[in-house]
Design a protein around this ligand. Structure first.
Ligand SMILES: Cc1cc2nc3c(=O)[nH]c(=O)nc-3n(C[C@H](O)[C@H](O)[C@H](O)COP(=O)(O)OP(=O)(O)OC[C@H]3O[C@@H](n4cnc5c(N)ncnc54)[C@H](O)[C@@H]3O)c2cc1C
Ligand code: FES
Length: 573
């Protein structure tokens, strides 16, 4: 007897943050739920309003999306090929950094400059995790953070946050100059804007709080955007850059100075002794006095930080724009499920417009539909735009909106963590690198307490967000097991899609490749057992509880899970 639990993240009757119910997964017979109507946009190809093919009745597989699925940063920087750590290479270092994203590489580089011997251990390739798929605005203006910080941490807390983040922006400018890196660094003002007059009071308050926190902030009515806004916070002297070109240069410099970078080296064991001992998936070992866990979602989560982190996935579309249409700044609004705009040097002297938005919990959205909405918004607001690239990634929000950077847990003496950047890990990751290097070398910057994961008083401040997050997780853990079936059997799963089907009382993740090949895996996430759902647009299984992601072959794309989805035992289904 077969029963379906979920497919493409559908939760019947369960509202998305944006208020709409999720469309049903596409069946092999082409029947779907009722997708919301999409407005026509000027940048679309004739007869195709959004630039996306719509699924014809009876068509199989997900609709085509505009542009190629490729991060601009990954596509315009060299691939890396550092060796893996092998048993023989396992030496002893002062500091081992687990994870080669912006946080890990910044920490490693700062530590090496401070005179420590350092090794970076990266499960895949460096700067190719979340950091390789970001939008890389480098700014201390984090949407609307300062008014909240002033309320919860007082004016001094807001000031420390602003100073630490602005110093990180300046640090990138300084280091890029020091190393002579061509990382397309451009100074630009940053804006948080609203188009709805109802939001003006909030941006006015933010401008006031950001200025009081020490940033060059003001409230403005005019921006460089090609459409009117009701009001905006403007902060001068911010920056944007090419994150991979910057970070690959840090890695090269680290190695030139005697440090080590190991790729294809997933750390699977951490013994927090004196010294610490790390073991890898391949059986290699490394001994280190101190360890930095910079794996985005922390692995070896002995402080149960996953209870204080909510994953948020976001989509990006990009396309070239005539240089004289560059809006000349970095923009963000919380309206429409977030819209963020920046440009970068593009082809033929043009600028590449990069638009981000549509945030959602992994495994809970029709991602194809959301890509369409984002492309439509970009085309409507920048007429004539042809989308050439699209990509997506996710970040973790901490329950009190401040990143968790410092000692890993109450008992740690030699282990540190950096996580919870809330969509602002460019300045946040660089700040974290400096802060951790200071702590490890015996210094204590003024903002160490602000970011300390063990921070006192946090429980009270975090209670509402903590309870909300736990309720959502519980809903997925229990509710997902009780879902009404949408697809009655694996045979109904269309090519290029996946769905969770109950087989013999167990949840089976069924994926049908474009060529018709069917792959079955256990649908239980190997982190804590929530059920995964399929993301058609990115061809991945996603867990809504803490954001783990798995490829169609079950291998881990993103933690906190560290083990692949289990193979499905055909005898059980
Ligand atoms: C769509 C989007 C746009 C964004 N835009 C901006 C922006 O404009 N400005 C901004 O400031 N921030 C932005 N952010 C946030 C920013 O990109 C992230 O906060 C930041 O990249 C996180 O960096 P990280 O080093 O923590 O993680 P990652 O870059 O993911 O690095 C972690 C690394 O750890 C490795 N790893 C994991 N487990 C193991 C293990 N067991 N052993 C070894 N290695 C392991 C992973 O492979 C990965 O490479 C954006 C986020 C999103 C989602
Ligand atoms: S990520 Fe925690 S249960 Fe899946």
């Amino acid at each position: 007897m077969l029963q379906v639990l979920s497919g493409a993240g559908a939760l019947p009757g369960f509202p998305l943050p944006g208020g709409e119910n999720l469309p049903r997964p596409r069946r092999r017979d082409g029947r779907t739920g009722e997708p919301p109507a999409r407005p026509r946009v000027a940048g679309a190809r004739p007869g195709n309003p959004s630039g996306m093919a719509s699924p014809a009745a009876g068509a199989a597989g997900p609709p085509a999306l505009p542009g190629v699925f490729a991060s601009h940063w990954m596509a315009t920087s060299p691939a890396t090929s550092y060796p893996p750590l092998t048993s023989g290479a396992g030496a002893e270092v002062d500091v081992a950094v687990i994870g080669g994203g912006v946080a890990g590489l910044s920490a490693a580089w700062e530590l090496s400059r401070a005179g420590c011997s350092v090794a970076v251990l990266e499960a895949g390739r460096i700067a190719a995790g979340v950091t390789g798929f970001t939008t890389a605005k480098l700014t201390a203006l984090h949407t609307l953070v300062y008014a909240g910080l002033r309320r919860t941490r007082g004016p001094e807390g807001a000031r420390l946050y602003a100073r630490s983040q602005q110093e990180a922006v300046e640090r990138v400018v300084e280091v890029a100059g020091l190393l002579g890196v061509d990382c397309e660094l451009e100074r630009r003002p940053a804006f948080t804007y609203v188009t709805d007059p109802a939001g003006v009071a909030a941006v006015r308050e933010e401008a006031n709080a950001a200025e009081q926190a020490g940033l060059p902030a003001s409230y403005v009515r005019e921006t460089g955007l090609p459409f009117p806004v009701a009001g905006a916070v403007r902060v001068e002297d911010q920056a944007q850059f090419h994150p991979r070109r910057y970070l690959l240069a840090l890695a090269e410099d680290l190695v030139a100075r005697g440090g080590a970078v190991y790729e294809l080296t997933r750390v699977t064991g951490l013994d927090e002794g004196t010294p610490c001992r790390l073991t890898t998936e391949n059986g290699a070992e490394l001994v280190a006095r101190d360890v930095v866990v910079a794996t985005h979602y922390p692995v070896f989560d002995r402080a149960l930080l996953f209870t204080r982190l909510s994953p948020r996935r976001e989509l990006v579309v990009a396309g070239p724009l005539a240089a004289d249409r560059d809006p000349g700044g970095m923009y963000i609004t919380q309206e429409n499920d977030t819209r963020s705009v920046r440009t970068a040097p593009g082809p033929d002297g043009r600028r590449l417009l990069i638009v981000t938005g549509e945030h959602f919990t992994p495994g809970t959205a029709d991602v194809t539909e959301r890509f369409g909405r984002l492309a439509d918004w970009a085309g409507a607001h920048f007429p004539g735009l042809e989308i050439t690239h699209r990509w997506a990634t996710q970040d973790n929000d901490s329950t009190d909106t401040v990143p968790l950077v410092g000692p890993f847990h109450a008992g740690s003496r030699h282990t540190y963590v950096a996580t919870g950047f809330g969509g602002w890990g460019m300045s946040g990751g660089v700040m974290a690198g400096r802060l951790l290097a200071d702590l490890i070398t015996g210094l204590r910057p003024a903002w160490a307490d602000l970011y300390d994961p063990r921070r006192v008083g946090s429980a009270l401040r975090e209670a509402p967000a903590f309870l909300r997050h736990q309720a959502t997780v519980a809903q997925h853990f229990v509710g997902d097991r009780l879902r009404v079936p949408h697809v009655e059997s694996p045979e109904e799963v269309a090519p290029g899609t996946g769905a969770v089907v109950r087989m013999g009382g167990r949840a089976c993740a069924v994926h049908r490749a474009a060529d018709g090949t069917v792959r079955r895996l256990s649908a239980r996430c190997t982190h804590l057992g929530c059920l995964v759902a399929f993301n058609d647009a990115e061809q991945a299984w996603e867990c809504p509880c803490h954001g783990s992601r798995f490829a169609v072959d079950g291998s881990v794309l993103q933690g906190p899970a560290v083990r692949p989805l289990e193979a499905w035992d055909a005898g059980e289904g």
